[in-house]
Design a protein around this ligand. Sequence first.
Ligand code: NAD
Length: 287
Amino acid sequence: MSLKLDCRQLKKEELLKLKEKIKKEALQPVLAIIQVGSVDASNIYIRNKRKAADEIGIATTLCSFPEDVCQEQLLQKIDELNIDPNVNGIFIQLPIPTHLDEAELINRIDPKKDVDGLTTMNLGNLVSGKPLLTPCTPNAVMDILEQLNCDITGKKVVIIGRSRLVGKPLFHLLLQKDATITLCHSKTENLKEYTLNADILITAAGTKKNLITADMVKEDAIIIDVSIIRDEQNKLHGDVDYETVKEKVTYVTPVPGGVGQLTVLELMKNTVQAQEIQKQYTLTKKR
Ligand code: NAD
């Protein structure tokens, strides 16, 4: 690996910059987090988000519901948060229990408060080339590429994974930067044929560790591994066989310590951006 980038350090520095902006501009952003049930992993994720927010001057309000909450109650809460002028961002901690209609809940969020960027409206804005708020994990990938000073224009980019959360929005963020993109997925035949050609490989399959081995990547490629796979010993892995691949390529993100480091940061950035969008909207409405 000839390029170095410490994502933990980057997160610290970027959070500090955001803290300074919030202070300097006397912003008082508020993020509402909706939690259903009390799964251990969700508790940890929420704690991390609230801690980061607290450290940089973003207030959080936690709206907790029991596991058996009904759809109507959640929709009502979202409606309340949508019209509350003191709330700038609304975030639903996923996954939620299967008796709930996740898509309906997400789409009920006002797109101007949709800090996860997952409403159909915001995904549509992105596809139409006029993004408003974009999803956190793809944003994290774009930040890493920017930090690496990676020239994306015209480059061959291969994305593995076509989810609404990662692959699809990432496709459009990269398209806006003039990349030439191939989107691979579970039905792609001969994955290696594509990965071997990639100047930039972004992998988000999450199905098995070491899916991507050194013989599948181009020398000097830049590889971003989004996946988080937990093994029987509770150890975390990505899709990429990191130890062998890192000897061949220019850069590959580790798991843990890579993309995952930046997703909370992106949520904080989106919350601040949401507040700015709302201010602008109020001003335009008054004119
Ligand atoms: P998903 O299951 O919704 O999508 C996975 C995608 O990978 C699908 O489109 C599928 O077609 C494709 N795929 C699966 N196996 C494949 C294979 N063998 N070859 C080619 N394509 C294959 O998952 P997701 O929500 O997009 O998340 C993907 C991974 O990223 C998971 O491991 C998840 O934990 C991780 N993730 C990490 C972060 C982070 O902060 N680092 C955030 C979100 C998701």
